[in-house]
Design a protein around this ligand. Structure first.
Ligand SMILES: [Zn+2]
Length: 74
């Protein structure tokens, strides 16, 4: 399989998926993905994407909650 964005080589990796909305931010650890060696784009299988979506909707209780500091750039 090749990267859909740049055509680069994909490498199987375990990554941390991050998801952010206005006042909600979450991380999902140990997610299997294919990562592009050229542009760094992460590609997930349909099964993994579905699971991520489910977790993002907070259907499953998180294993822990961490505080994320928010800074203003200016
Ligand atoms: Zn790429």
């Amino acid at each position: 399989m090749k990267c859909v964005f740049c055509g680069g080589k994909l490498e199987k990796k375990i990554v941390t998926f991050s998801y952010g909305e206005e006042n909600k931010y979450l991380l999902i650890k140990d997610v299997p993905a294919e990562v592009c060696k050229s542009c760094g784009e992460k590609i997930y299988t349909p099964e993994v994407s579905e699971k991520l979506l489910e977790l993002a909707k907070e259907k499953i209780k998180p294993s822990k909650t961490v505080e994320v500091p928010v800074y203003e750039f200016v």
